[in-house]
Design a protein around this ligand. Structure first.
Ligand code: PPS
Length: 295
């Protein structure tokens, strides 16, 4: 097996028009024919939108709030990342081949690249969306610390690339709209990061209802505590610190970075904000999707 030290920052390559990390693109033929189980639960997001947070919430729901059971393995083993691949670590497909089914599966794929078996098997899906401004800031730091990404570029250039969709997993705008448009055809719960920040109790209850779990206020409270940003920063099984440094270097920027809504205000200049807003209006025109950039 190759070593994590061999990870290289390579330019993105197009998979059916979607720019992807070459390691991920190389496994897309296997991903495409992946056979979902009808009871698998898909957790889908554009990167940096709250995937890890919601994954831990779901784990806690299924394990009846037993923190020890959730703490047996890192989150990337408990919720395999379907299209992930990198030297020196098992790919998502390899993990899923060994995983007891049904299981939880993470993906960042835009809706049109999701393997068709998820639709055919009518799997439940939870999509988590986060406002574009906080996503681009979070992603800017993630590009620096997660070394499977192309060479990092200065903030202004990164912002331009984001608006153009010239970024790993492509356009945020197409991603959130694509999944939004599918939500009525499928057993899908569409959540917003900002709602989770504002009222985690309410949103966790929503998830439990979607998963056909009986109401349980004590369990909800336990999950709220266990999945608070502070707790998850310290939780070695959720904070990604066990990934080899050659792949993720937390000294550059921690995976659990700030966990807030509105950090974009510390990064966007007035001019960047105006330009972004004007472009946003065009790209989101006609969509009924609405995001909050502050709470
Ligand atoms: S990834 O790499 O795409 O799977 O990342 P993802 O987990 O989707 O998103 C990472 C961002 O989510 C923040 N985060 C949280 N915020 C609030 N509460 C909790 N519990 C939590 N857990 C993770 C994490 O800090 C990243 O956001 P930023 O803005 O960079 O802090």
């Amino acid at each position: 097996m190759s070593k994590a030290e061999e990870v290289e920052r390579l330019p993105l390559i197009s998979v059916k028009g979607v720019p992807m990390i070459p390691y991920f693109a190389n496994v897309m033929d296997e991903v495409d024919v992946f056979q979902a189980h009808p009871d698998d639960l898909l957790i889908s997001t554009y990167p940096k939108s709250g995937t890890t947070w919601v994954s831990e919430v779901i784990e806690m729901i299924y394990k009846d709030g037993d923190e020890k059971k959730c703490g047996v393995e890192p989150i990337y083993m408990r919720v395999p990342f379907l299209e992930f691949a990198a030297p020196g670590v098992p790919s998502g497909i390899e993990l899923l081949e060994k995983a007891p089914r049904p299981c939880f599966i993470k993906t960042h794929l835009p809706v049109q690249l999701l393997p068709k078996s998820f639709w055919e098997k009518n799997c439940k899906m939870i999509y988590v969306a986060r406002n574009a401004k906080d996503v681009v800031v979070s992603y800017y730091y993630f590009y620096q610390m997660a070394k499977v990404h192309p060479e990092p570029v200065p903030w202004n250039e990164f912002l331009e690339n984001f608006m153009a969709g010239d970024i790993s997993f492509g356009s945020w705008y197409d991603h959130v709209k694509g999944w939004w448009d599918k939500r009525k055809e499928q057993r899908m719960l569409y959540l917003f990061y900002e709602d989770l920040k504002e009222d985690p109790q309410r949103e966790i209850q929503k998830v439990m209802e979607f998963l056909e779990r009986p109401p349980d206020a004590r369990l909800v409270e336990k999950i709220v505590q266990h999945t608070s940003f502070k707790q998850m920063c310290q939780n070695e099984m959720a904070n990604y610190k066990s990934i080899p440094t050659a792949i993720m270097d937390h000294t550059i920027s921690p995976f659990m970075r700030k966990g807030i809504t509105g950090d974009w205000k510390n990064h966007f200049t007035v001019a960047q904000n105006e330009r972004f807003d004007a472009d946003y209006k065009k790209q989101m025109e006609g969509s009924t999707l609405h995001f909050r950039t502050e709470i």
